[in-house]
Write a protein that binds this ligand. Structure first.
Ligand code: 2M8
Length: 278
């Protein structure tokens, strides 16, 4: 089994980024050898620090809404991964365009269509800290983008649709996170998740059972790609439609919802429910 999870607003609290309610489950999954794979808007730089803190070990990861896939040695393929970007034993895949290309397009579109938005690249570290509640090292790490650009929208809903269409015509995609809109190439979380599943199958010769947890609109494609899905109640109440018959919607937001979702799908069959633990 593989577990795929969003971070902000899912495993991590939307405001404090705390995950303490989930520690017991994370420990149990680790003991059982079940990989917990982050699928997030965050950057690779943010993830390198976080996966240590969360104790995720050597699991792969999907960063920047599907634009960056990180493979540890155990997920690399002798013939398929002749990748020069092989740092720290990780093989990094960028399935779409890079962030310099995105940035150039974003400058051109803003000028040409007279739109109002502010890209993360234009924000100071202090501004990012104020907008997100991240500490300084985290805010710096969140600016090291490789395949996506977050932006704060400062224009009308009509202008947003014009912007979305213009991006689409350029083969680019707009998706919504907790605080920012995110522009990526022709990728999403679900497609990169399927890519990892195919890699698992190529290496192990079997299709993995999958469970996914996420809270927002940018998690839809991920929650539609997994066998068992958990839609965690969002800090912002936005209706989200998920085409997956095996979907559980939590009552709790953030990491308490994350625990609730795992208790629901795995509590009885896989482990004793966490609430019965000391
Ligand atoms: C951004 O991502 C979140 C995801 O929901 C958002 O849009 O609010 C990204 O810039 C990410 O790198 C950063 O860590 C996060 C912090 O809140 O914000």
């Amino acid at each position: 089994r593989l577990i795929f999870t969003g971070l902000d607003g899912s495993l991590l609290d939307h405001y404090s980024y705390d995950w303490s309610p989930a520690v017991a489950w994370l420990k149990r999954l680790k003991q059982a050898g079940v990989p917990v794979i982050p699928v997030t808007s965050k950057t690779r730089a943010e993830l390198m620090a976080l996966r240590l803190d969360l104790g995720l070990g050597d699991a792969p990861f999907i960063a920047e809404n599907g634009a960056v896939i990180g493979l540890p040695a155990s997920w690399q393929h002798a013939r398929l991964d002749r990748d020069p970007r092989n740092l720290d034993g990780l093989c990094i895949k960028l399935p779409s365009v890079d962030s310099d290309f995105l940035w150039r397009r974003l400058e051109v579109l803003r000028e040409r269509l007279k739109l109002r938005y502010r890209c993360m690249r234009e924000m100071t570290v202090d501004e990012i800290m104020r907008a997100t509640g991240l500490d300084e090292p985290q805010a710096r790490q969140s600016r090291i983008r490789e395949g996506s650009e977050p932006l704060l929208w400062d224009d009308s809903d009509e202008a947003l649709e014009i912007f979305r269409r213009a991006l689409h015509n350029d083969g680019l995609t707009l998706t919504r996170g907790g605080r920012f809109w995110h522009v990526v190439g022709d990728v999403d979380k679900g497609r990169s998740l399927r890519w990892l599943m195919a890699r698992f199958e190529a290496l192990r010769g079997e299709v993995p059972a999958t469970l996914g947890l996420g809270d927002g609109p940018n998690d839809t494609s991920m929650l539609e790609a997994v066998d068992q899905a958990v839609l965690i109640r969002g800090a912002h109440r936005r209706p989200v439609t998920i085409a997956n018959p095996h979907l559980y919607r939590t009552r709790n937001p953030g990491p308490a919802g994350w625990v609730e979702g795992l208790d629901y799908w795995l509590g009885e069959s896989f482990f004793e429910p966490s609430s019965h633990e000391d």
